[in-house]
Design a protein around this ligand. Sequence first.
Ligand code: ACO
Length: 257
Amino acid sequence: MEFPFTINNLFKEKIVKLKYDLLPNGFRGERRDMIDCASKISQILDDMGRASAIAQGLNKPITSGERLRNSEHLVYLLIDPEGKGTVVGLLKVGSKNLYVYDHTGAHHEVKPLCVLDFYVHESKQRMGLGKILYEHMLKEANVLPQDLAIDKPSENFLAFLFKYYGLEHIIPQSNNYVVFDGFFADRPVMNGSAKVQSDHVKDTFDGIPPTVGRHSAFKPVSTMGAILQNVSVNPYQNDGTVPRIAPDIIRPVMKLK
Ligand code: ACO
């Protein structure tokens, strides 16, 4: 995607990580330069966010400058430095509190790193650029593909995850997030319900060594949180089976299999 300013003046690296300040890592300049840079980056995020929403058939963008400014999310941009430079890809991630079921139907409160938005410009799709961007994020966050929760993945993204990481078996959830086999592999499980922390992800991102391991703190399931997420605190029915999950939510699972 092209912009009415020179991308190569803004970004010196091929993959740029952005946070709430909307400035590239190591930005140096006077206040006026800082405002100008943040405003251009905001425009990039708005335009790429809009293009991503259109590509996914969403009625409003998930990513914008304003949204990033007001969150702890991270956005990775992939730059093609040819000519004045263009922005060819966007990947947004962030930690979220989620209630998820494991294979046995046990219900867990977790705070995994989530993939929130992923887009490669139409003219550059299926050339391996998405993989470059995704691999960069995995390395930086120090996570495995199966550790992530994905917010409503598209068919293209599901195909991508299967192709590169063999992720195929989805554990059905009662929210829009998709987690795969292996998501619980190194997470401790307590009888029925557990709180599993992955704060190391955020710590790793901030460049601060983790002071508290993600498995260290357990607490009971929050009833209020469960109500807010519209899920049952006790996932078991009277006969001990797991309740049926709404068909629209498991649709991606059915299609994939
Ligand atoms: N149809 C089917 N599979 C696709 C498609 C497609 N149109 N596009 C990508 N893929 C999958 C395939 O596995 C493909 O391999 P193949 O070409 O051998 O079949 C593989 O991804 C290609 O890998 P890359 O080239 O590394 O990925 P790309 O640069 O195309 O980026 C992405 C992948 C981001 C999913 C891109 O296709 C895209 O922007 N799609 C439209 C927007 C979208 O669906 N984003 C994900 C939304 S869900 C979310 O953000 C949480």
